[in-house]
Design a protein around this ligand. Structure first.
Ligand code: HEM
Length: 488
């Protein structure tokens, strides 16, 4: 203890610091001394405060909470955390914007990340989704090109409409998601006022080994609220942290945001003959075909105490499954199964799974992975670091997490299997036709506002052709709005 009732300030090694205001100098007014451990340590630590930001979804906000099962889904999955009505599982969620770097405004027109970690008794289950039920592309090979085109240009250092729309000109499959993004839901008013989706199709397996394909929908209980382009632009300038402030203050006030989880469930044997590829991430499953079935509710009730430790260092991987839940053959999902943990090893290090926010809470990791930078989990002198062994260490369960699926054919760079109604445009057209006249007007104005900034006519033409293919009226209206802006 210091002379006051406050604890004594120490170096990182725990030794008392005598003076935190004046560096050690050689005489009064003289140069500073290398022996000033406190000064050296303080400056050196400060230089190392930043880690690589996420290559996408850099800007985000997190919160703890719980998931409670409200409806029996044991006929469809054996996942323990979904196994009983009333069962609660601790969760951590991170919401985010996608395209901008750390420090970008929260109120941007951009998809929002909805990354959820369930700390289950069978290990952590990560569902890394967005606030949109679909995505721009359907093959992971295109992802780095897509993201390059949407983030800052390497020469101009800012987002370029030329790049954004040039990518979309070459990606007809993006038309559905572009229509979604440019519509009214493209700028959520806050993280609390938007839905979350698993987006991909996932696999559920029940206790009898029966397989189902599922899509997750988290519906906000706060109601959907969105911002217009003008409101978003204004808020981005006046309060770039608007979503962070809203989430933080809501939870601090005890107003806990919640979402109701529904799933669409497709029996596995219906997938092959469904009218479009059910594993195509650019398409939704109509609710008429596969209705929403309620599962439970997610409640957020606790803010992290330290944004860096708990939010910046949080790590979600679509590859973290638990028994009863697994991947589908969606190519995008398959690519993501690799990408995230690899990003974490680069961004946070090989032992990121030992950080409190990422470590299992309802069970323990128990394996033969050892060492590496910053290993905190020492195991004990009686544990072996190899397997099999004769000493009673952990052994495999022998039970696959999800059911095996049949595959046939030759390896090669195949296009996805063709179904009878697989084109890239019909769902974009359906979404357009669902909109009211006012919504259509705002959608067209938002698209034209971006497209009219594009310098190449061939890029504009290719994009117009996509909107026309979705719905001829949609295409005509966007074209008219673009021409008007170009002439004005
Ligand atoms: C092949 C396609 C994709 C690849 C390669 C990819 C890759 C990545 C990478 C490398 C990160 C940064 C991870 C980190 O540093 O912690 C990330 C973050 C994220 N991605 Fe993707 N992504 C893809 C598609 C998607 C899709 C389709 C969704 C949603 C349905 C999505 C949702 C997210 C979210 C929510 C985050 C932020 C996670 C967090 O809050 O830490 N991504 N993605």
């Amino acid at each position: 203890m210091s002379k006051s009732s406050k604890p004594t300030l120490t170096t990182e090694a725990g030794a008392p610091v005598a003076d935190n205001q004046n560096s050690t100098s050689a005489g009064i007014g003289g140069p500073l001394l290398l022996q000033d451990q406190h000064l050296l340590e303080k400056l050196a630590r400060f230089n190392r405060e930043r880690i690589p930001e996420r290559v996408v979804h850099a800007r985000g906000s997190g919160a703890y909470g719980y998931f409670e099962v409200t409806d029996d889904v044991t006929a469809h999955t054996s996942a323990h955390f979904l196994g009983e009505v009333g069962r609660r599982t601790e969760t951590f969620i991170r919401f985010s914007t996608v395209a901008d770097n750390l420090g970008g405004p929260d109120a941007a027109r951009d998809p929002r990340g909805f990354a959820l970690k369930f700390y289950t008794e069978e290990g952590n289950y990560d569902l890394v989704g967005n606030n949109t039920p679909v995505f721009f592309i359907k093959d992971p090979l295109k992802f780095p090109d897509f993201i390059h085109s949407q983030k800052r240009d390497p020469f101009t250092g800012k987002q370029e409409p030329d790049n954004v729309w040039d990518f979309w000109a070459h990606a007809p499959e993006a038309t559905h998601q572009v229509t979604w993004l440019m519509g009214d839901r493209g700028i959520p008013a806050s993280y609390r006022h938007m839905n979350g989706y698993g987006s991909h199709t996932y696999q559920w397996t029940n206790a009898e080994g029966e397989v189902f394909f599922v899509k997750y929908h988290f519906k906000t209980n706060q109601g959907i609220r969105c911002l217009s382009s003008d409101q978003g632009a204004e808020l981005s300038g006046t309060d770039p942290n608007s979503h962070q402030t809203d989430l933080l203050q809501s939870i601090e006030r005890g107003v806990f945001p919640s979402w109701t989880l529904y799933v669409q469930i497709m029996p596995a044997d219906e997938a092959a003959d469904y009218r479009f590829n059910p594993f195509d991430l650019t398409k939704v499953w109509p609710h008429g075909d596969y209705p929403l079935q309620r599962v439970g509710r997610l409640v957020l009730d606790r803010n992290p105490d330290n944004v860096f430790a708990e939010v910046e260092q949080s790590a979600f991987s679509p590859n973290n499954f638990v028994p009863g839940i697994g991947p589908s053959p969606d190519k995008m999902l398959q690519g993501r199964l690799f990408a995230y943990a690899d990003a974490h090893r680069y961004r946070l290090g090989v032992n990121h799974t030992q950080l409190p926010v990422n470590a299992p809470k309802a069970t323990e990791a128990n394996n033969y992975g050892r060492d590496g930078l910053m290993a905190a989990n020492a195991y004990g002198r009686h544990t072996k670091n190899y397997e099999p062994n004769s000493y009673g260490g952990p052994v495999e369960s022998g039970a696959p997490l999800s059911a095996p699926r049949p595959v046939t054919g030759y390896w090669g760079t195949h296009e996805a299997p063709q179904h009878s109604k697989d084109d890239d445009f019909f769902q974009a057209g359906e979404l357009y036709r669902l909109m009211s006249e006012e919504e259509k007007g705002r959608l067209v104005a938002n698209i034209a506002g971006g497209l009219a900034q594009v310098s190449r006519e061939d890029v504009i033409e290719k994009n117009l052709a996509h909107f026309s293919a979705a719905d001829p009226e949609y295409g005509r209206r966007v074209e008219a709005a673009v021409r008007e802006l170009q002439e004005g």
